[in-house]
Design a protein around this ligand. Structure first.
Ligand code: ADP
Ligand code: MG
Ligand code: ZN
Length: 502
């Protein structure tokens, strides 16, 4: 089906009610893999980080990574889940070359965490509760590269290369209960849920959850039922959607596609689908396996996981403030609108502003520099704000120098430029570049006198009451002092000397 065959979004919603299910995989940031001691660091040569266990060689035995379990419990608790007293791993059997063991060690009917919820905030501030079915532990697969074809897909390739460095990296899969009642906002809810989950995972410190690096990916399940009916329709499952925007687009596309199929009398087949960034469409993958196809059975080589209640409570006590709560608190403290807060969030500036305020700057100044000059620079250089070679402490110092009147905005921008260019701390840059506001009244007075003498006609106009003309004299003084004078003070002096009221 092409994009043009779709039913319009409005028409789809007029007839059908969407039901969604979101499955999110998060790669944990543990140093070693889930069941062996191999490193998880990125960038190594292919297959350099493998051992008999993660390669599934006969006779090797897995051992559970305690930090992996701890991270899973933290995630479960933050999602308001019940933590199992006792649970086991299970083998999910299937053959695919990127899975050297021929089964994935996962959890099936005994997940470590279940029955929770996450409250997500929509753009207009409304809070929508998404119920969580379970969060379970499993392991990632290796990576295959298909060589020789035009598309990079296996079809048409001459041969394939396999890299098992990723095989065995711990994953947590978080599965929602069917999300009902979102109506036309279903795609927005999907995006807001994944965004909130990502913030939560980062706040817990269990993963950097970078979607663009595949550390977090989402499968979007979607079905439609005729408005006013109860029974769920057949779902499609769009796999491995890897940006927030794509999650929203995939849900939207599937709503329009399902509506087109259903309204023309067709049937939705339960299948996985691929999402395409270029046009936001999805195309069929494989017909969905049923659980019995995987012949799940309890993993005989691993002992059950039985977290003590004391440990669970200890971990609960370490949970950070929820990102949504923190965001609302900071928004009020900083006195910014929902919209501005969203921009700050999108720019990745929240923590930088917090750190700058902690270093002594006032919130408005911290926000102004990070969201203004520095955001512009980051954008120009194509880097994230946090990657700029300037620290919150340095930004706070610039803000302090401005607040004291030692720098004006223009000079402050030059100081920032100097810091970014590696010339040192703000004070060093001020010193080296000689960037100080000329506030010495004597020197300013002389500069003003000279400007008046050189622009006699303008001075006369001002004396005659045309106060607006003072701007030209201010400009002349600023030019003479290479921008280092305090413009407001210069204006005062000019009016004083010409005997007019400002
Ligand atoms: P599978 O492993 O087959 O994908 P899961 O139970 O792990 O099955 O995930 C299915 C996801 O889809 C869950 O989030 C579930 O709530 C959701 N879901 C189940 N049935 C439907 C349906 N008919 N329409 C939309 N979502 C559904
Ligand atoms: Mg699934
Ligand atoms: Zn290994």
């Amino acid at each position: 089906m092409t994009v043009t065959d779709l039913v319009s979004y409005e028409d789809a919603l007029a007839a059908y009610d969407p039901v969604m299910g979101l499955e999110v995989h998060v790669e944990l940031g543990t140093k070693t893999k889930m069941f062996c001691g191999c490193s998880t660091a990125l960038g190594a040569d292919a297959n350099a980080q493998t051992c008999p266990t993660c390669l599934g060689l006969p006779g090797s035995l897995p051992v559970v990574n305690a930090t992996g379990v701890e991270s899973a419990i933290k995630i479960g608790l933050a999602l308001n889940c019940t933590i199992a007293d006792w649970c086991r791993f299970a083998r999910k059997n299937y053959f695919y070359p990127d899975m050297p063991k021929n089964f994935q060690t996962s959890q099936y009917d005994e997940p470590i965490a279940f029955d929770g919820y996450l409250d997500v905030q929509l753009e207009d501030g409304e809070v929508f509760r998404v119920h969580i079915e379970r969060a379970h532990m499993e392991e990632d697969t290796g990576k295959s590269t298909h060589v020789g074809g035009a598309t990079g897909r296996i079809h048409g390739a001459r041969h394939s290369l396999l890299d098992y460095n990723r095989a065995g990296i711990p994953l947590i899969e978080i599965v929602t209960k069917p999300i009902e009642g979102a109506g036309e906002r279903a795609p927005e809810v999907a995006k807001a849920y994944v965004a909130e989950l990502r913030e939560l995972i980062k706040a817990l410190g269990v993963s950097e959850a970078r979607m663009e690096q595949g550390q977090m990916r989402c499968d979007v399940n979607l079905s439609l039922r005729p408005n006013g009916t109860e029974k769920f329709g057949t779902r499609s499952e769009t796999k491995n959607v890897n940006s927030l925007r794509s999650v929203e687009r995939a849900a939207r596309f599937e709503i329009q596609r399902h509506a087109a199929v259903l309204s023309s009398g067709g049937k939705i087949v339960q299948e996985t689908r691929h999402f395409h960034e270029e046009d936001g469409s999805t195309t069929p993958g494989r017909i969905k396996e049923e659980a019995e196809d995987y012949r799940y059975f309890p993993e005989p080589d691993l002992v059950p996981v039985a977290p003590s209640r004391e440990w669970v409570e200890e971990l609960r006590a370490t949970l950070p403030e929820l990102p949504r709560v923190r965001r609302n608190r900071l928004r009020e403290e900083w006195g910014v609108s929902e919209h501005d807060m969203q921009s700050i969030l999108n720019a990745g500036a929240v923590d930088l502003i917090v750190a700058t305020v902690e270093a002594g700057a006032d919130a408005a100044a911290a926000r102004k520099w990070w969201m203004g000059e520095l955001a512009r620079r980051a954008n120009e250089d194509g880097v994230e704000l946090a990657a700029l070679p300037i620290t919150p402490v340095q930004v706070a110092r610039v803000a302090e120098l401005v607040a004291k009147g030692d720098l004006n905005d223009k000079l402050a921008r030059q100081v920032i430029e100097g810091v970014l260019a590696g010339e040192g701390d703000p004070d060093t840059v001020v010193e080296k570049r000689g960037l100080k506001v000329v506030s010495d009244e004597g020197a300013l007075g002389t500069a003003v006198d000279e400007a008046i003498a050189a622009n006699a006609a303008i001075a006369d106009k001002i004396r005659g009451g045309k106060v607006a003309a003072a701007g030209a004299l201010v400009g002349a003084v600023m030019k003479a002092t290479r921008g280092q004078a305090d413009a407001a003070r210069v204006r005062e002096l000019i009016l004083e000397k010409l005997g007019v009221e400002g």
